[in-house]
Design a protein around this ligand. Structure first.
Ligand code: SF4
Length: 707
């Protein structure tokens, strides 16, 4: 019956998945999304990928949490994870909101008052709105009383942000993705946009069609290789060797931009000296790219009228992730390829709001707008705004919090946590350790829409709202602040996240009263100069405004650093980097390299997309992408079950022959709970960004096992 598919309302919103930030329209009937259409947003111009178009029905899934849950006194916190909703009530009992909030917040308060302010921590979410991120970090800073607040930026671009803040004074992109259409040369390194930023990939493909030269650099061959002018499949973990060799060529062939270096930067002499020991001839055997190719791409990048660099987790998720990003920044600065259309630096942000959540202060060392917590003036400013004294010491990061639960001394031990919309039991490295840590907490409160692997370990579970069930702002990878609008009512007794955070704040003794999400946004504007000029009315009217937008009426600036950098001197800083090998190299016992990442159809830990009919039908089973010759050498064939082991854990899953992975490396997506690959990954951290080394650890693979 055609009438069944006629929507009773259309709601303009944004996509809940990746950082591209495609605008879309929800077509709704009887509180159900019928279908989704692309809108003419600045980042997508009506385009949507498979996730944006078909990934909406998780909101209607029968696994949705519809009542608050309290763990039964006799329910163990370990082992036997279940995704079976039938078994939820073996572990939890339903509770009223009143009882659940009193226990959730009351017990956190008791821990704080007994063991001190550093005994609590919170993880917010890069999937939530800016307003939710802002209120969550405010709750931790004022209600818990410490800066122990973080989110999954620590697992994706924290090292890029550390390098960017240090080098150019800003952690966001210099140019929007769409600028690839104005570039003569585009370098993509350590990113697979076709899979992870699909609509952005279409703009890159369009640019190439119109003559832009694409230089793709990656240990794995992605689909972009087909259209690349040059594809450099360098050996895993050798980014610094390759990038320093390119800089060696640029320096020694006189291809630098001396005026830009002299007028806009500091520290060039040290950088120049450092790259001298990285000749292409010396680096070629290390990175696996011949010297002539290194020379060719270095010249191409340096001499084009406009060259732009985009990168992803392949750069950032290493113990030398900050060094990798420092090299990209130096390349850009020495050639003056920044501050103009079609140039610059673009770390492709993963989650739909990882940029905004970081901007809003959901990180342990910075208040909103990257104002340092250990800066006296910033602290004073926020003490005045929030009306109470604040802790001047930076807090712990994601992985540090897990260690502080299990191994913290009397003063530093974390005993209680509030986790909103994150799933560290799946997403953290060395996930067995993370799960043991979460289970060891005296008190864990999880706010989510499903009983995730993390929620399964909670003492109290608070049923929250899905993306389409709330209104808020979300900041995409281009620094575009966009309005997501509510299209559905939450199911059962599930509540909007902003309401839940406020209720939790009250349990901790805070007196908050934000009547509308726009009240929170208005408070954010007071403390965040970068968005000071963006009004709620304007967002309602225009749907999206780019920051920096400092004063009302300001058009917003999509290309930044045109005249200076937001550093104390206005100049950018070169920071040299040397080769640091991966923390865990292959050896006789564990001879292969494990690389983790995402699939086109699934999102992060899979809690949403694996409950989406179309997406899960396309990719229903956990797979390991193995080079066909490696598979053949093991005596296996595609579809066989393989078991992968590291020093930290074991998983079994289906082998898929895939010659885009180099020999000796296996790629596994981290979205499958039945083969949670992060049980194998290494929790060693980059010392600056504190990001774990997801892109490299030693494993062995054998045929057989059980999925
Ligand atoms: Fe959504 Fe990203 Fe796909 Fe756009 S490219 S539809 S934002 S997942």
């Amino acid at each position: 019956d055609a009438a069944l598919n006629v929507p009773d309302k259309k709601v303009d919103s944004v996509c809940p998945y990746c950082g591209v930030g495609c605008q879309l329209t929800y077509n709704v009937k009887d509180n159900k999304i019928l279908y989704v259409e692309g809108r003419d947003g600045p980042a997508n111009h009506q385009r949507l990928c498979v996730k944006g178009r078909y990934g909406f029905d998780y909101a209607h899934h029968p696994h949705r949490l519809t009542v608050p849950l309290i763990r039964r006194a006799d329910a163990p916190k370990r082992g036997d994870f279940t995704m079976d909703p039938e078994r939820v009530m073996d572990v939890f009992r339903p509770a009223s909101w009143e009882e659940a909030l009193a226990l959730a917040g009351g017990k956190l308060k008791e821990i704080r008052d007994t063991y001190g302010k550093k005994s609590l921590a919170g993880f917010g979410s890069a999937k939530g709105s800016n307003e939710e991120a802002y209120l969550f970090q405010k709750l931790v800073r004022t209600g818990f009383g410490s800066n122990n607040v973080d989110h999954c930026t620590r697992l994706c671009h924290a090292s890029s942000v550390a390098a960017l803040l240090e080098g150019i004074g800003s952690g966001a992109v210099s140019n929007p993705v769409m600028d690839v259409t104005k570039a003569e040369v585009v370098v993509i390194i350590g990113a697979n946009p076709t899979v992870n930023h699909p609509v952005a990939a279409t703009w890159i493909k369009n640019a190439v069609k119109n003559g832009t030269k694409l230089i793709l650099m990656d240990p794995r061959r992605s689909e972009m290789a087909r259209i690349a002018h040059r594809f450099l499949q360098f050996k895993p973990d050798t980014d610094v060797a390759l990038l320093n060799a390119m800089m060696h060529v640029i320096v020694n062939e006189g291809l630098v931009d001396p005026d830009f270096i002299a007028s806009r930067t500091v520290g060039y002499d040290e950088l120049e000296k450092n790259v001298q020991s990285y000749s292409p001839e010396l680096m070629a055997p290390i990175c696996g790219i011949d010297a002539d190719t290194i020379r060719y791409v270095a010249r191409l990048y340096a001499t084009s009228k406009a060259s732009m660099i985009l990168w992803g987790m392949g750069i950032s998720q290493h113990i030398h992730g900050t060094d990798n990003a420092r090299c990209l920044i130096s390349l850009t600065l020495m050639t003056g390829q920044i501050g103009r259309a079609g140039t610059g630096l673009h770390p492709l942000r993963g989650q739909n709001n990882v940029q905004g959540a970081s901007d809003a202060g959901l990180i342990p060392m910075m208040y909103p707008d990257y104002q340092r917590v250990d800066n006296a003036a910033a602290k004073e400013k926020f003490e005045k705004l929030w009306g109470m004294p604040l802790d001047p010491q930076p807090g712990l990061t994601v992985v540090e919090i897990m260690h502080a639960i299990k191994d913290g001394n009397k003063e530093g031990k974390i005993r209680g946590m509030y986790i909103m919309g994150e799933n560290p039991a799946m997403s953290d490295p060395d996930a067995n350790h993370a799960r043991e840590a979460l289970a060891a907490l005296d008190h864990l409160v999880v706010q989510d829409i499903f009983l995730t692997e993390t929620a399964y370990l909670a003492d109290v579970v608070l049923p929250a709202s899905a993306f389409a069930e709330k209104t808020g702002t979300f900041t995409n990878t281009d620094r575009l602040v966009q309005l997501g609008r509510q299209a559905l009512d939450p199911p059962g007794e599930a509540k909007q996240d902003l309401w839940i955070i406020q209720q939790m704040a009250m349990q901790l003794g805070l007196d908050w009263n934000y009547a509308h999400v726009s009240d929170v946004f208005d408070e954010m504007r007071q403390s965040m100069p970068s968005i000071g000029g963006i009004t709620w009315d304007r967002l309602e009217r225009e749907h999206a405004v780019t920051y920096p937008c400092r004063t009302e009426g300001d058009a917003g600036q999509s290309v930044v650093f045109t005249d200076d950098f937001p550093t104390a001197t206005g100049r950018a800083r070169f920071v040299p980097a040397d080769i640091i090998p991966a923390d865990e190299r292959p050896d006789a016992q564990y001879p292969m390299v494990l690389i983790t990442g995402r699939q086109l159809e699934h999102w992060h830990t899979g809690s949403m997309t694996r409950r989406t009919m179309v997406l899960d039908a396309i990719e229903p089973d956990p797979v390991a992408l193995v080079h066909p010759l490696d598979l053949e050498e093991m005596g296996g064939k595609p579809g066989d079950i393989v078991t992968i082991e590291s020093r930290r854990g074991t998983v079994s899953l289906f082998a898929r022959a895939d010659d885009s992975s180099p020999r000796g490396a296996v790629f596994v997506p981290f979205c499958y709970y039945e083969a949670a690959i992060n049980m194998l990954t290494n929790a060693a951290l980059d010392p600056y960004g504190k990001i774990p080394e997801f892109k490299y650890c030693a494993v062995r693979m054998t045929l057989g096992g059980e999925v």
